[in-house]
Design a protein around this ligand. Structure first.
Ligand code: ADP
Length: 224
């Protein structure tokens, strides 16, 4: 099985059957091969977040198939979905969403402890990840003491803490100034390449998109 992610015929609407109904996705189909980094480009409001949430099992499509590494996700119990989400997927948002009362290192360690990893191993992996993106010296700092770029680097480490096979990112550098965005994006790509991750990264920055393996566009609720 060479596809890390397959989305097929995804339809999704909000407030179905009400006057406020919005149909966001109208049969979106795309796949991400193993080790491939795909840019998902679309204007704001086109449904990028909705598609990423469905791919990452944070939301459910009205119809369509979601397949992770050959494994059909439809029809799984809630519990099996939660497990699949935890083990298969790393998620990065535009805003870091780190826990403010914990240090950078603790933010990367906690998800591993929740996944049953021994503390010593979790700390070693956490430090290794932080070092790879150049923030090891800030390991003991809380998020508020870090710059926006450092916060986002820590968020990358947290997303990768449990060794997911698929990375889903929603405008991961959208909150940063252009210079910081550039270096933080470079750090993310390096980490993704080193770990052989497959990734679907939403952005409306065409310069960043051009550095990924392939660009897909979301238009009128479909991938074109
Ligand atoms: P993007 O990430 O491309 O900006 P989104 O997936 O966030 O787009 O949103 C797509 C459309 O769906 C927007 O018009 C948005 O207003 C609408 N939408 C998103 N979530 C909801 C919701 N929970 N209820 C109603 N409409 C929603």
């Amino acid at each position: 099985m060479s596809e890390a992610l397959v989305l097929e015929g995804i339809e999704k609407g909000y407030n179905r059957g009400k006057p406020s109904e919005v149909i966001v996705l109208r049969g979106a189909t795309l796949s991400v091969a193993r080790g491939e980094v795909v840019a998902l480009v679309a204007p704001s409001g086109a449904g990028k977040s909705t598609l990423l949430h469905i791919a990452g099992l944070l939301d459910v499509a009205d119809t369509g198939r979601v397949v992770h590494a050959g494994r059909e996700m439809a029809g799984l119990s809630d519990r099996a979905r939660t497990e699949a989400r935890r083990s298969d997927v790393g998620f990065i948002y535009q805003f870091h969403h780190l826990l403010p009362e914990f240090s950078a290192l603790e933010n990367v360690v906690l998800p591993q402890l929740a996944n049953g990893v021994a503390k010593r191993d979790a700390v070693a992996r956490g430090m290794d990840l932080l070092a790879r993106v150049g923030v090891a010296a800030r390991a003991d700092h809380r998020p508020a003491a870090l710059s926006g770029g450092e916060q986002q680097r820590v968020a990358f480490c947290r997303a990768l803490a449990n060794g997911p096979k698929l990375l889903l990112a929603d405008e991961p550098t959208g909150n940063l100034d252009p210079g910081t965005s550039e270096t933080v994006f470079a750090a993310l790509m390096e980490l993704v390449r080193e770990t052989g991750l497959s990734a679907l990264i939403a952005t409306h920055n065409m310069e960043l998109a051009a550095r990924m393996d392939r660009i897909v566009r979301l238009e009128g609720g479909r991938v074109v």
